[in-house]
Design a protein around this ligand. Sequence first.
Ligand code: SAH
Length: 203
Amino acid sequence: MNLRHLEMRLERLAGFERPTARLEQYQTPAPVAARLLHHAAMQGAIEGRAVCDLGCGTGVLACGAALLGASWVVGIEIDPAAIDVARRNADLLGVDIDFIVADIRDPGVDWSALTCDTVVMNPPFGAQKAHADRPFIDRALDVAGEVYGIFNEGSTPFVAAYTDGRATIEEIVRCAFPMRRTFAHHRKERVDITVEIIHLRRI
Ligand code: SAH
């Protein structure tokens, strides 16, 4: 499936019903999700692989990974209402995904037992709570050896320093991220920001 075709399939998916600002519930735009997944797929990280979507929200990345032939896809999300949307989205596309309601910060879970090949994620950018992406980076490296995450523009030096000795940065893909008005504090109808899709490889 080519990039455009994948994007078109993901474009049809339902969004959050009542997005929560505190959790930074912002659906990954289809072009950005398709870009990340296509990039990972070209590197052999999706087809036939066990893929985990951390903070899967409405399941866009999880669904795309399944469409691209992942052997197993699991989506983890703290908000059960978002998981309901994600399940409906998976049904709409006819893909099989395991969804788990969990807080990725929960120390009571043996996360490394989840053994996946690849993590795909669009963690909170830390707009509401500084460094909200840190636990996601930690968890991702517990779960898989290859991590593809979407971060705010300019995050690379922080991610490099934060993962020093644990992972290497393989490449960074810059990409436009259209943000539609979602929360009351958003003033404009639409703002285009730039994000960095960072590929980390566990050492
Ligand atoms: N890729 C998703 C959206 C990501 S937004 C989509 O396209 O819908 C970030 C997501 O992380 C939100 O759904 C939010 O509820 C979830 N989240 C935030 N903190 C979390 C935590 N501690 N554990 C699990 N999920 C969390």
